[in-house]
Design a protein around this ligand. Structure first.
Ligand code: NDP
Length: 236
């Protein structure tokens, strides 16, 4: 077992973020989660954070650093959807999603990079989506924000690689969480028919890819997009 690291997972109160936080906790890491509601998993340090507010992101990092030292592993997981067809998509639908998913991640990565540069090591994992690579009707805003994370991670990988900081993307397919619970049953079945593994993922299957990217074994992996999508996006 390596030394416990200081890990920060955004949106760790539920869904995929909670599963990621629990997986790091199970490894013995020091885990902080950002949350706007609900509670932190047992053993994690919960901190309030609103990604659309730069001051809130900064304050969350300060609290985490005070509690468990500079963030060595950042998992930018929190995200939202505001699905609707292009011609019905309002400026707000667009900007809320881009502001949360893409600009929020920029704020997190920039703030985390300060500490990582001083440490001369770090792991950054951005949670994107298969939709960022494949596109999806009704998700022009979401797909654009998730595709943007790939360009962000790859640029960060090039900027910070010389300091042993890696930046990678995990691109889940459909995962059983609140985000997909809202889908009508017929739509779920239609999606499942297109997935080679014929089912949605469990959140801990996404967490496994994230903890691997943060592990010693993935020390030479950077700028990668790791799909966890049952084969849905193969080739992209
Ligand atoms: P959930 O909807 O279950 O949870 C979203 C999380 O993000 C919550 O913790 C929520 O906090 C937090 N959050 C949302 N907006 C903000 C904000 N402005 N500031 C701070 N926190 C915020 O999502 P999932 O667990 O399903 O998804 C997690 C990530 O995985 C997302 O980025 C999503 O796009 C991605 N993903 C999900 C897939 C799926 O099928 N579920 C598929 C592919 C990718 P709060 O509880 O306070 O609202």
């Amino acid at each position: 077992m390596t030394e416990p690291r200081s890990v920060l997972v955004t949106g760790g109160n539920r869904g995929i973020g909670r599963a990621i936080a629990e997986a790091f906790l199970a490894q013995g890491d020091k885990v902080a989660v950002t949350m706007r509601s609900g509670d932190a998993p047992d053993g994690a340090f919960g901190v309030a954070c609103e990604l659309t507010d730069p001051a809130s992101v900064d304050a969350a990092f300060a609290a985490v650093e005070e509690h468990q030292g500079p963030v060595e592993v950042l998992v930018a997981n929190a995200g939202i959807t505001r699905d609707t067809l292009l011609l019905r998509m309002s400026e707000e639908d667009w900007s809320e999603v881009v502001e949360t998913n893409l600009t929020g991640s920029y704020r997190l990565v920039k703030r985390a990079a300060k500490g990582m540069l001083r440490l001369r090591r770090g792991r950054i994992v951005l949670v994107s989506s298969v939709v960022g690579l494949l596109g999806s009707p009704g998700q022009v805003n979401y797909a654009a924000s998730k595709a943007g994370l790939v360009g962000m991670a790859r640029s960060v990988a090039r900027e910070l690689g010389s300091r042993s900081i890696t930046a990678n993307v995990v691109a889940p397919g459909y995962v059983e969480t609140d985000m997909t619970a809202a889908l009508p049953e017929e739509q779920k079945s239609a999606y499942q028919a297109q997935i080679p593994l014929q089912r949605f993922a469990a959140a801990d299957e996404v967490a496994a890819a994230v903890t691997w990217l943060a592990s010693d074994g993935a020390g030479y992996v950077t700028g990668a997009v790791i799909p966890v999508d049952g084969g849905l996006g193969m080739g992209h």
